[in-house]
Ligand binder design. Structure first.
Ligand code: NAG
Ligand code: NAG
Ligand code: NAG
Ligand code: NAG
Ligand code: NAG
Length: 457
């Protein structure tokens, strides 16, 4: 014991610019954020002027913009959960710098390293901790934390307006809202809210929405919860008897949705996933090939450093959690509610990308295609008849792309739930080509002409 603490003191002395911290099981040394890795700007966007509740954001300007900044698209990223911080996306998935860990002398060292596939190469990139109460965002009162997707849309709209007002150059830039997992709810919610609000606002006050993208999303739970057994069975992970048992559990969740027992339905879905976990013994359902789960705790550890919090302009008195159980609990009854109708509205008025890492057993390809097929949209039959094309990046297989009109569907090869973590460069190519209508994502007909006109510029 003695000699260990002496060694630690020595470490503290030598590496005095590092932040040392003991967690229950690990001793960490945390490098500060290098200057070149700091966000272009970051801080808080107020969502309620009375209570001062506010969303935390980090913004990274485009590194190699290919147009004047006033025309360069801005991507907004929303994490899932419900209750998980977009700092996970920032520092573990698609941000310009990611947390990496290395071992040495009983101390685990955390630092940032550049991400070759960051999504802010050609575009500005904003990470927002949503809803309030998540990550570094501040919920002054618990009552203000959203309980449904309408409330989520309302707060995000305020935050986005506040963001755009930060810089006169932001006003004209096309905005693409993107996100993952439970953001399969948030992204449609804010997209829908923007389109509805824009219709009643003078042009100068509208939000310049140009498209939405969802990665491995939960969007239409009643359809998606019915697909786990099939997905796992045809991936060779369970036998027919287990498939039948899982189907029975799935049917329970569906039955509870049908009678509007939302809390029961959410619990029943959790049971389905626990059952599948138990049957397969996988390291994680988020990627059935993985031998160890995604290491999201690295971000939690990194952002617990006071120095890092200060450098980011985050409220230093917040004990950062990657996912907030409190926010998760408050949205418990929202989990199984569908926002498919919002996507149906969005696809008529703007463009929509749905992409999935191929090996996700929670919100994967089969799960997404199941509800896409049921979309009420004039273009859906043409979409379903369109070819699924082999997508290559630098002559190597990157996945598959199917597109018709305003709807694009991409399957990312060699990836699980966290696509940008697993396929950094390919995910960058995907988002750039989709935003810029290039490569397989090129499309002559972006907006369904039969829809009421909507000016997305
Ligand atoms: C701000 O929060 C208060 C207290 O929860 C609430 O009564 C009020 O409606 C909120 N205002 C807005 C604009 O959301
Ligand atoms: C930049 O834009 C030009 C003209 O549209 C295009 O030819 C070029 O490929 C773009 N470069 C990148 C890196 O996207
Ligand atoms: C909802 O379903 C659960 C699980 O079947 C049940 O225990 C609970 O009583 C139901 N709640 C209501 C309000 O019917
Ligand atoms: C599955 O659950 C059973 C019963 O609770 C337990 O005995 C078994 O160890 C579990 N298996 C795995 C792989 O978690
Ligand atoms: C910072 O966070 C603490 C703890 O959540 C909160 O009480 C305080 O109001 C926050 N400060 C600001 C300026 O938002």
């Amino acid at each position: 014991m003695e000699s260990t603490s002496a060694k630690l003191l020595l470490f503290l002395f030598i590496l005095s610019h590092y932040y040392l911290q003991a967690t229950s099981s690990r001793v960490l040394s945390i490098s500060p954020i290098p200057n070149e890795a700091l966000p272009t700007r970051s801080g808080y966007l107020q969502v309620n002027s009375t209570t001062k509740s506010a969303m935390f954001y980090t913004f990274y300007e485009a590194k190699e913009p290919n147009s004047s900044l006033s025309e360069t698209p801005i991507l907004i990223w929303l994490q899932g959960g419900p209750g998980c911080s977009s700092m996970l996306g920032n520092f573990y998935e698609l941000g310009p710098w990611r947390v990496v860990s290395s071992q040495g002398h009983n101390v685990e060292h955390l630092k940032l390293e550049p991400n070759s596939g960051s999504w802010n190469r050609l575009f500005g990139l904003v990470f927002i901790d949503n809803p309030i109460g998540t990550g570094f965002s501040v919920a002054t009162t618990t009552e203000e934390i959203p309980r449904d997707q309408h409330a989520v849309g309302k707060h995000l709209f305020k935050a986005i307006k506040a963001f755009v007002a930060l810089d006169s150059l932001f006003k004209t830039r096309p905005i693409f809202v993107t996100g993952e997992s439970y953001a399969g709810k948030y992204v449609p919610a804010i997209g829908y809210y923007i389109l509805k609000r824009n219709a009643r606002l003078p042009k100068g006050n509208q939000v310049n929405l140009a498209g939405v993208a969802i990665g491995n999303g939960l969007t239409d739970p009643i359809t998606q919860v019915a697909t786990h057994a099939m997905s796992a069975y045809f991936s060779g992970l369970i036998n027919e008897k287990q498939k039948t048992r899982l189907e029975e559990a799935q049917d329970k969740a569906i039955g509870l949705i049908k009678v509007g027992n939302w809390s029961g339905a959410t619990n029943a879905r959790t049971k389905v996933l626990n059952l599948l976990q138990n049957m397969t013994g996988l390291a994680t359902l988020y990627d059935f090939r993985r031998l160890v789960a995604y290491e999201d705790y690295l971000v939690e550890d990194y952002l617990s450093s006071m120095e890092v919090k200060k450098a980011l302009g985050a409220n230093a008195s917040i004990a950062f959690e990657v996912c907030s159980d409190k926010v998760g609990d408050i949205l418990h009854e929202d989990v199984m509610k569908s926002v498919k109708y919002m996507v149906e509205f969005l696809v008529k008025h703007t463009k929509v990308l749905l992409y999935q890492g191929q090996f996700d057993l929670r919100d994967g390809v089969v799960s997404t295609e199941a509800w896409m097929k049921k979309m009420k949209w004039d273009g859906i039959e043409k979409f379903l008849e369109a070819d699924r094309k082999v997508w290559k990046v630098k002559e190597k297989l990157a996945g598959y792309v199917q597109i018709w009109g305003s709807l694009s569907h991409a399957i990312v090869s060699n990836a699980g739930h966290l696509v940008p973590t697993d396929q950094a460069v390919n995910s960058q190519v995907m988002i750039e080509d989709w935003v810029l209508d290039r490569g397989l994502f090129a499309n002559k007909e972006i907006v369904d002409p039969s829809a009421p006109s909507y000016d997305s510029k």
